[in-house]
Design a protein around this ligand. Sequence first.
Ligand code: GLY
Ligand code: MN
Length: 446
Amino acid sequence: MNNGIVVLLSNNESAMNYKSNTYRYRQDSTFIYFYGLSLPGLTAVMDLETGTDMLFGDDYTIDDIIWMGEQPSVAELAARCGVEKVCPTADLQQFIQKAQNAGKTIHFLPPYRDDNRLFLSHLTGISVSEINAKASVELIKSIVNLRSIKSAEEVQEMDKICNTGVKMHTAVMQLCHIGTTERRLAGSAEGIALSEGNGVSFPVILSQNGQTLHNHDHSQILQDGRLLLADMGAEAISCYNSDYTRTFPVSGKFTQKQKEIYEIVLKANMETIEKAKPGIPYFDVHLHAVTVLAEGLTALGLMKGEPQQAAKVGAVALFMPHGLGHHIGLDVHDMEDYGEDYVGYDQTIHRSTIFGHASLRCGKVLQPGFIVSDEPGIYFIPQLIDIWEKEKKFAEFINYEKVRQYLDFGGIRIEDDLLITGTGCRVLGEPLPKTVNEIEAIVGTK
Ligand code: GLY
Ligand code: MN
């Protein structure tokens, strides 16, 4: 990119229930990536033609400092990140309009917060309803190319915050006992995330009803015979994120039926680690993982027919209606605000339209420096089973009579974060119990 002006907005504070009671502040990830400043009220401008960088913002006044303490000036912030020019926010609209009148392209990213949508509309004169559609595809693609390849410093941050994720999961496994509440476990994990970083990387998913893919309900008491699914990670002070899932028996001992399904998911997770390497489309790895699930489910009599074909046509989506993984970095679904297809697909690999495969967030050819999640699962979702059975959907591949024996099973997902290296991949962070033996040895030990 070498023409026009790039305008990047910081995130503002967001009110929880009244203006001065705000949610935990989270800077926009693109703003962090380029400027490293986790503060609201800033707009950065890059003039691609002159090479000038500018920071627009307003210094805090004594009325703010009384409540907030001493604050750096905008000039000090600019100096910290090598920006040479500083201007008050009041000058921004005129600056943008002058550039527009001079025929310069204004490149901006699609805003995901309404206040920034309104602000961009005010700055550019583009109507609020058109702002997202007018975002710069050229800018999006350029930044995706940069952010997809993690530097050594970024990998170091990711490894560190993965270790916090490992501690969260280890604690939850150890504290898991029949009669304990899901809330206690979720809270213990969140405390670890807060004590080592900014907090959780997304609201904790922890439930015995693991068949609901993103279950944030922690209202149940842990019961003998149930499986507990925990999908959680932490965010570092630098804002890099981790994302792990483990599923384990509340009692500390898998039943035979649970173990059989668990081993299938584990095989899909482990074979993904073997297959993920530069030059391979992640869609192919996803398809391989789904085929492993089909083979295992066929061996158990839950599916029938040719497993490879069942995987390809989407029959396995009854059991795994999501994709194998997504990019991870400054966002737990990295860069998803730009539009998933710009991040996970390109001219060579297009998103499938088949239910299940269509939910794969990253299908691209893998490159060294990518960090992606590896998260296969098998779920028994009674509502989905009912619909498919009534429609006799994929009846040539699914043994509905047998599937009905699993309606109260729940769900299993196993997730690790993989760094694509020059020759293969590496699981980030310290090892986290994953095999049946490792899980049974740790659950309930504290
Ligand atoms: N761990 C949550 C997700 O990947 O969507
Ligand atoms: Mn994930």
